[in-house]
Design a protein around this ligand. Structure first.
Ligand code: PAF
Length: 281
């Protein structure tokens, strides 16, 4: 695997793939990689000759500067993980200036999809995500890019950006990878104590209960939501941000569950904010 740190080097390496008419799949990340990312790379690898990955901790998407500063940087370990699953090229910009230059003034902003849920709790977050993703897709110009369903609102926002701006790329969805016990894999899980991890399992537990109730014929939104809330309330020390039943495409809240829809949940445990979701199909 080749690692490049500048846009010029990235373009040069990509040109070799293009000259050889090799298809390119792309996975963008902020590092601190885990099995969830590994699975995205594997999906890309199955569908393209060359997998390009990026690691860039994007300051634009952090509403809390401290959160940005304490973001884990383990490039050596991440690079080894990416290589082990067949990544051909890693773009890890050497600095924020390498990505944004000095006079950066532009932004990509999605409307309704960005506003609720994570948009409420993390103002400006999706503006930062949309801007950097549009830029990365522009730089790499892959045939497709894989985004995880775990960050479902982000996935929908990215799909909307690509559709609205007519970016010639296919967005593929990667399934949420879960630890034993159901907790969705996230870089943030490593900040939890053993007790915190145990408590955090209540999120997926609640979502699975709602999914099973839906499969059993329950359609009432308030009832399905209450199942998740109840599972979270049974554990001490969990602060719920939201639990919402939404239309899979618009992310508008539903009173009555009608497939395809999703149950979204966000909660804070030991100061760590976790999100998860489940498809009700
Ligand atoms: O999900 C992430 O890691 C980031 O939001 C992304 C998509 C790499 C953009 O910085």
């Amino acid at each position: 695997m080749k690692i490049v740190h500048t846009i010029a080097d990235l373009r040069r390496e990509l040109a070799f793939f293009r000259d050889a008419r090799e298809s390119i799949g792309f996975v963008c990340t902020m590092g601190a990689l885990h099995q969830g990312h590994q699975s995205l790379i594997k999906t890309a690898r199955m569908n393209a000759k060359r997998v390009v990955a990026s690691i860039f901790v994007n300051p634009l998407q952090f509403s809390d500067k401290k959160d940005f500063e304490k973001y884990t940087n383990v490039l050596g370990r991440d690079a080894a993980l990416l290589e082990s699953v067949g990544t051909a090229l890693l773009f890890a910009p050497s600095s924020v200036t390498e990505m944004y230059g000095d006079g950066f003034q532009s932004a990509v902003e999605v409307g309704d999809l960005s506003k609720p849920f994570e948009g409420v709790d993390r103002p400006g977050h999706f503006r930062g995500v949309s801007t950097v993703v549009a830029m990365l897709l522009n730089l790499v110009q892959p045939e497709f890019a894989v985004f995880g369903e775990k960050d479902f609102q982000q996935l929908r926002v990215v799909e909307q950006v690509v559709a609205d701006l007519k970016i010639p790329v296919r967005i593929m969805r990667g399934p949420t990878i879960r630890e034993e016990g159901g907790l969705a894999m996230s870089s943030r899980n490593s900040r939890l104590s053993a007790q915190g991890l145990e408590r955090a399992r209540a999120i997926s537990r609640g979502l699975f209960i709602a999914r099973d109730a839906f499969a059993g014929g329950n359609r009432e939104g308030s009832f399905l939501r209450s199942l998740v809330i109840e599972a979270l309330r049974l554990e001490p020390g969990i602060e719920i941000s939201y639990v919402a039943l939404v239309d899979e495409r618009t992310l508008k809240e539903l009173d009555v569950a009608a497939a395809p829809c999703r149950m979204l949940a966000a909660a804070t445990i030991e100061g760590v904010r976790l999100i998860d979701n489940i498809a009700l199909i």
